[in-house]
Ligand binder design. Structure first.
Ligand code: HEM
Length: 170
C-alpha cells in the first residue's frame, strides 16, 4: 500500500506543480487520469488494511523508546491513517464536484456521491492540496524516523515495518 500511496502522491504532485493545460495539453489530462486510477485503489486497500490490523495487532514498539517517543509514534501513525482516508475522499469529491468520474484501475468508476458543484470544488480542492502537502511532510518524517531506528537506535522497528507478518509473531 505504501508503494501505491507514494506513486499516487508523486504523480499528483507532478501534475499539480509541473504540468499545465496551456503547455502540456492533453498530456496533463492523461496524468491526472493515471493519478485517479491509482489513488482510488487506496480506498479498497484501506478496508483490507483496517480488517488486517484488527486481526493482527501491530508489533510492540521497543522498550528503548521513551514513553514520550512512543506517544509521538502513535500520534504519527494515527495522522497517517487519517490522511489515508482523507486524501482519496477529498480527491473523489474534487473530481465529482467538477463533473468528472473517479475511476479505479481503468476498470470502472466509483459511483458519484455528488453531482457537479462549484461550491464544493471551492472547499475540497484546497483541502486536497493542503492534505497532500501535509502527508508529504508526514511521510518524510516517517522515513527519517524508520532510518533513525535502523542506523542509530539499531532496533527492530524498520524490520517490523517491512516484514510485519514475521515480526508480529514474535
Ligand atoms: C492516495 C490518495 C491521494 C494522494 C496521495 C493524492 C495526492 C495528490 C497530490 C500530491 C496532488 C498535487 C497537489 C498540488 O497541486 O500540489 C493531487 C492533485 C490532484 N488529485 Fe490527488 N491524491 C490522492 C487521491 C486522489 C483521488 C482519489 C482523486 C480523484 C479520484 C484525486 C484527484 C486529484 C486531482 C483532480 C488533482 C489535481 C491535479 C492537477 O491539478 O494537476 N486525488 N493529489
Amino acid at each position: 500500500m505504501a508503494v501505491i500511496f507514494i506513486a499516487a502522491w508523486l504523480i499528483g504532485f507532478y501534475s499539480g506543480n509541473f504540468l499545465s493545460y496551456e503547455v502540456d495539453g492533453s498530456f496533463k489530462g492523461d496524468v491526472i487520469i493515471l493519478h485517479k486510477n491509482i489513488a482510488t485503489t487506496i480506498i479498497f486497500l484501506l478496508v483490507v488494511r483496517i480488517f488486517w490490523r484488527y486481526t493482527h495487532p501491530a508489533p510492540e514498539l521497543p522498550d528503548t523508546m521513551s514513553p514520550r517517543m512512543k506517544t509521538l509514534a502513535h500520534a504519527g501513525h494515527l495522522a497517517l491513517y487519517f490522511m489515508l482516508i482523507a486524501l482519496p475522499v477529498t480527491g473523489c469529491l474534487y473530481s465529482w464536484s467538477l463533473g468528472y468520474p473517479a475511476p479505479v484501475l481503468y476498470l470502472f468508476n466509483l459511483p458519484a456521491l455528488i453531482s457537479e458543484n462549484p461550491a464544493v470544488t471551492a472547499i475540497v480542492k484546497p483541502l486536497h492540496i493542503w492534505l497532500s502537502w501535509a502527508v508529504g511532510l508526514l511521510l518524510v518524517g516517517h522515513i527519517f524516523a524508520a532510518l533513525k531506528h535502523h542506523f542509530i537506535d539499531k532496533d527492530h522497528v524498520l524490520n517490523s515495518m517491512t516484514r510485519q507478518s514475521k515480526s508480529s509473531k514474535k
